[in-house]
Each structure stands twice: as C-alpha cells, then as structure tokens.
Design a binder for this molecule. Structure first.
Ligand code: NAD
Length: 257
C-alpha cells in the first residue's frame, strides 16, 4: 500500500534548533525520516558546536548561522537556498525570545523595549521568513510556526509571551488568507509544555509541567517526537487543504475547562 504521505524530494528549512531537546530538532528528525532534505540554522558561533553535529547527523547540505536580530542574516539564508536548491517546499520557524526581566514580571510592567524585542524575534521574524520564502515557492509550500495555549488563556508565569503568541497566531491567519491562492499554506503547532532551553526561562516551569500532566485528558506530557509527527504531516501533500490553523498536540489539555 502507498503510504499516506512522504516528504521524499521535498526541501525544507528548519530554524530553531539549539540542542537535541529542541522542538525544532524533533521536527527535523521526523522531516528527515520521511525523506526531506533540510537546511538547518544555528543562532551564532556559540551555538554552532551544539547544532552542527545534529545537522550533520541529518545529512543537511546547508548549515548556516541565523540570528534574526542581525541585519542581513535571514536574507543570506534564503539567498543560499536560492543558489543551492532554487526553491523551497516548507519551513519551520521554532524560535522565541523575551528579555528575562520582562518575561518574569507582570504584563502590566513589561518594558516598551522588551515588548518590542519579544515581538520582533518571536513574531515579525516569521513574517520576514514568509516574505523571503514566497518567491521560492512558485508551486506552493507550507510554513509552520510554534505557539502555546498561553496565547488564549492566562497561564501563570507565561506573562509577556501570552500576548506575543496571540499576535503570532493572528499573523498565521492573516498570512494564510493572503497566500492561500498561491497554494502557500501557513499553520501553527501548539504543543503542551516540553522541557527545553527556552522553557527553562519560564518561572516555575516544573510546576506547569506537573499541573498539565495531572489535568491533561491523556494524563501525560507530550514529546518532541509527538510534535514532529504533526509537523511532518502538515508540511506533506496529505495536508494540502489545511491552512490557517492552530493545531494542538497537547494530549487534549486545551479542551479542559
Ligand atoms: P529551544 O530553546 O530549544 O529553542 C528556541 C530557539 O529559539 C533556539 O534555537 C534559539 O537559538 C532560537 N532563538 C532565540 N533568539 C533567536 C534569534 N534572535 N534568532 C534566531 N533564533 C533565535 O526551545 P523550544 O521550546 O524548542 O522553542 C521552540 C518554539 O516552541 C518557541 O517558539 C517556543 O515558544 C515554542 N513552544 C515551546 C513550548 C515548550 O514547552 N517548550 C511549548 C509551546 C511552544
């Protein structure tokens, strides 16, 4: 029987691997296992020794730096993809950042500068990536980002990232509407809490994990492999009619009142 989907022959860009615990790495492994060829970025020289071996393990032909705050770096990534591949089938944006002092305080108290940085790295970078990807997707494609339930309900200690993820989800809907006719799909994955480096910046994250595991219908936490399985499906042709959505992979947590 023909499998429901394969990513054989597809080329994808993965932005957001910091280490083997990263959600982006779980997704990259699944994309690769399904047959895709991947371009992988690392934040900077300090991150490179952690990311490069993982990217090499996935046989990535393009391994390049990308700090979205550095002028020109994102453009350079897409220029290299244009030169080496000539097109792109999908990308995963799995990055977020907020200055610690703003992340740990009340939303009421967050600084103008901190709010701006968090929105720039976590939201506007996805808009920029989409704009750069569009000309590389003449036959259509799929853009994925990663959000969290704290966008729609107040999750204790998620603070500033709540409004930031709400904006990200709204951007997903707007861009999906704008690019739908070009057969470019835009979707967000919404995983439950996972122990990663970014997550360790959230105050009392362990308590959030415990609370979630106890209240989740499936009585378990999710893994980066769970997220990768959903991501691989969404970027495949099997999901050709799916766009503009916020797709939970959270053991059902979001249905609980
Ligand atoms: P992670 O620390 O493994 O990944 C975060 C990535 O963001 C890192 O690779 C880091 O280098 C990158 N990044 C930060 N600033 C950057 C910049 N200026 N330019 C380029 N890259 C930058 O953590 P993660 O949990 O895998 O985070 C991935 C995404 O998943 C984030 O958007 C996060 O908000 C989201 N998410 C995480 C959870 C969770 O519980 N871990 C749940 C839902 C959503």
């Amino acid at each position: 029987m023909t499998p429901l989907f394969t990513l054989e022959g597809k080329k994808g860009l993965v932005v957001g691997i910091a280490n083997e615990h990263s959600i982006a790495y779980g997704c990259a492994r699944t994309f690769r296992a399904a047959g895709a060829e991947l371009a992988i970025t690392y934040l900077n020289a300090k991150a490179e020794p952690y990311v490069r071996p993982l990217a090499e393990g996935l046989g990535s032909p393009i391994i390049v730096p990308c700090d979205v705050r550095e002028p020109g770096q994102l453009e350079a990534v897409f220029a290299q993809i244009q030169r080496e591949w000539g097109h792109l089938d999908f990308l995963l944006h799995a990055i977020a950042f907020a200055p610690r002092e703003d992340l740990h305080g009340r939303v009421v108290d967050c600084s103008q500068a901190g709010f701006g940085i968090a929105m720039d790295v976590s939201v506007h970078s996805f808009i920029r990536m989409t704009r750069l990807a569009e000309p590389l997707m003449p036959q259509g494609g799929c853009l994925l980002t990663v959000t969290f339930y704290g966008s729609e309900k107040v999750v204790e200690n998620y603070n500033l990232m709540g409004p930031v993820k709400a904006a990200l989800e709204s951007v997903v809907r707007s861009m999906a509407a704008e690019l739908g006719a070009a057969r470019i799909r835009v979707n967000a994955l919404s995983p439950g809490p996972i122990r990663t480096r970014a997550a360790s910046g959230i105050h009392r994250f362990d308590e959030l994990m415990e609370h979630t595991a106890a209240r989740t219908p499936q009585r378990r936490l999710v893994s980066i492999e769970d997220v990768g399985a959903l991501a691989a499906f969404l970027v495949s042709d099997a999901a050709a009619a799916i766009t503009g959505g916020i797709h939970y992979v959270d053991g059902g947590y979001h249905i609980m009142g």
